[in-house]
Design a protein around this ligand. Structure first.
Ligand code: FAD
Length: 423
């Protein structure tokens, strides 16, 4: 199914996906390519819904415990944001050395991988699926990244930049830190997989017996630590890589002259803030969509991603506009108030006059940087006995989606590790 068929860019579609989550099936089958995963990530990345809303929606229909696999997986998303908050742009470089020095890996992703003609079925199927749908199952992402880095000796950054551009859910923290986890530059060891693992979790067309991944883990580990790349196995028919663009297709309606906004209250709708605007905005507040040129120049998107985001932005905002942060500051200079939802993808380009509302976190924020998911998880869930104690759920039930920072809602459990020494 195409990306448009699978991921309609509407709030109803996001809510339908939440309603369809079966945590029991999820826990049993989430590792399988055709398992009961939620496919919520495009809606989460672009802020149609947030983690507290997802968990509240699921918990309203099913009994869940804080340590349920589903809650744990939501935690990974927030953990990667935690690392981004502490490391900033440092997440775009190796956090530490992996099995080989950075220089042992090529900075370019070879054409046979880009065109899905490596001859390794699991890899070619994954690339085709990525291009056709803008989505990949987590296991397929791990297989693809592992093959690219450890067998073809391509630097994880080249793979991460390529994948993040084609995903509808492309998120710099989840993507680049996951690639680092696979590469072994953000974890203790390289992630490896073999043909048997693929046969267990993927449909038949993906099975890769007889290919380079049909090997023991010891042999694959030796390959990962050896500094030469395996050549492609065959050059069969490939697919064309979808074009990437740094601007929305078609003209963006130009709103905004400073005079039009003079004295107005403005809610700025950017690509990571596509949920319903807060309910406590001033009456008559103008919803203005903004494509931040600075971000898009650095991180181009597929046409499918532009459409997914653009359709929703047009539904939320009454006017849309593209420009640099400097241009935006000029346009907004006579506005009465300007607010938006904070997000690190857009933060560097936001003019100072924009008041950034903190996004709702599901888990307690942890002040000290945590080097592993488990240390972050232990800190952020310490003292949490019931699901309803999670700060995001408390804030949601107390204040609704327009609510304030959860820290104000429950300072007692918001940051159990605040006073611990840094690692
Ligand atoms: C190499 C690689 C690149 C990735 N790139 C991205 C990316 O750009 N954007 C992105 O959102 N996720 C990324 N992930 C994480 C994960 O693969 C996706 O979040 C997940 O597959 C999305 O599908 P889903 O919504 O059906 O997930 P489900 O399994 O249904 O999980 C529900 C939600 O939990 C969160 N979640 C689950 N697993 C993870 C995980 N391992 N890491 C972080 N969050 C998780 C996601 O928000 C997801 O939507 C990447 C993983 C790998 C291995």
């Amino acid at each position: 199914m195409t990306s448009a068929g699978q991921f309609p860019p509407t709030l109803d579609a996001a809510r339908a996906r939440i309603a369809a989550v079966h945590p029991g099936d999820y826990a049993r089958s989430r590792n399988a390519i055709e398992g009961a995963v939620t496919k919520l990530s495009p809606y989460l990345t672009h802020g149609f819904v947030n983690l507290p809303e997802v968990l509240a929606g699921v918990a309203a229909r099913h009994r869940l415990d804080v340590r349920h696999k589903f809650v744990f997986e939501l935690g990974w998303r927030e953990y990667f944001r935690h690392v981004w908050q502490h490391r900033g742009d440092g997440i775009l470089q190796s956090l530490h050395e992996g099995p080989l020095p950075d220089a042992a890996y090529s900075p370019e992703l070879p054409p046979d991988i880009r065109q899905a003609r490596t001859g390794v079925p699991v890899i070619d199927q994954a690339v085709r699926t990525l291009y056709a749908t803008g989505y990949l199952h987590n296991h397929a992402r791990m297989w693809l990244a592992s093959y690219v880095v450890h067998l073809r000796k391509v630097h994880w950054r080249a793979g991460a930049d390529w994948m993040v551009a084609h995903l509808l859910d492309g998120d710099l923290a989840s993507d680049h830190l996951s690639w680092q986890w696979v590469a072994g530059t953000g974890s203790h060891k390289p992630y490896l997989f073999n043909a048997e693992n693929v046969s267990r979790y993927a449909p038949k067309a993906w099975h890769s017996a007889g290919s380079v991944v049909d090997a023991s883990y010891a042999a694959l580990d030796a390959l990962a630590r050896r500094a030469w790349a395996l050549p492609p196995e065959s050059n069969g028919d490939g697919v064309e890589e979808p074009a990437l663009a740094s601007a929305p297709p078609g003209p963006v309606a130009a709103v905004a002259k400073a005079a039009d906004l003079a004295g107005r209250d403005v809610w700025l709708v950017h690509p990571w803030a596509l949920g319903e605007p807060p309910t406590d905005l001033p009456a008559g507040c103008l919803r203005m969509g903004w494509w931040p040129t600075g971000h898009h120049a650095a991180w181009p998107w597929s046409a499918a991603r532009w459409t997914f985001v653009g359709v929703r932005m047009a539904a939320v905002a009454s006017v849309c506009w593209q420009g640099t942060g400097h241009d935006l500051a000029q346009v907004l200079r006579h506005a009465r108030t300007v607010q938006t939802l904070a997000d690190p993808h857009v933060g560097p380009w936001l003019p100072t006059q924009v008041l950034q509302r903190a996004p709702m976190h599901l888990f307690a924020e942890v002040d000290r940087p945590c080097a592993s998911f488990s240390s972050w998880w232990n800190c952020s869930t310490r003292g949490v006995k019931r699901l309803a104690d999670l700060p995001g759920l408390r804030a949601l039930s107390a204040f609704g989606p327009a609510g304030p920072l959860f820290e104000q809602a429950n300072p007692a459990i918001s940051d159990p590790c605040r006073h611990k020494p840094s690692i």
